[in-house]
Design a protein around this ligand. Structure first.
Ligand SMILES: C[S@@+](CC[C@H](N)C(=O)[O-])C[C@H]1O[C@@H](n2cnc3c(N)ncnc32)[C@H](O)[C@@H]1O
Length: 117
């Protein structure tokens, strides 16, 4: 079994699969009804922890959730995500948690944690 807990595993995997996308488990279309049911304020800060090369973020962003932070431990996949989403000007892609996720100023804070090892 691959060592999913080793960042090197992910770096190598993303080097091999550079230019492709992959959604683990459910994709955005499947989870969208649940997200809509939660009635999340579209200006809420959204942290997608362990974003990988999934299309989830861009589909959610294109639905109006623009305060969006993609974070991953792998620099190579974050570079790929930055390049892929240049037209999504407000989307942030960060290769480590170098920012402070500010306190909840009356808004909901949403964290998307999909298959993080
Ligand atoms: C199974 S993939 C899931 C990718 C994406 N969230 C999806 O659902 O398609 C797990 C991701 O978590 C990242 N990861 C693992 N440990 C991490 C950590 N401590 N901090 C940030 N990202 C991490 C990996 O680099 C990998 O991109």
């Amino acid at each position: 079994m691959p060592n999913y807990g080793d960042p090197k595993y992910w770096e190598e995997r993303y080097d091999e699969q550079m230019g492709t996308t992959f959604d683990w488990l459910e994709d955005y279309e499947t989870l969208k009804p649940i997200i809509e049911e939660l009635k999340i304020n579209k200006s809420a800060k959204i942290l997608n922890l362990g974003c990988g090369n999934s299309e989830f973020c861009e589909k959610m962003y294109d639905d109006g959730y623009h305060n969006y932070y993609n974070v991953d431990i792998c620099e190579n996949v974050i570079k790929f995500m930055i390049d892929r989403n240049t037209q999504r000007e407000k989307m942030k892609c960060i290769d480590k948690l170098i920012f402070t996720f500010s306190r909840n100023h009356g808004r909901k804070r949403i964290t998307i944690r999909r298959k993080l090892f």
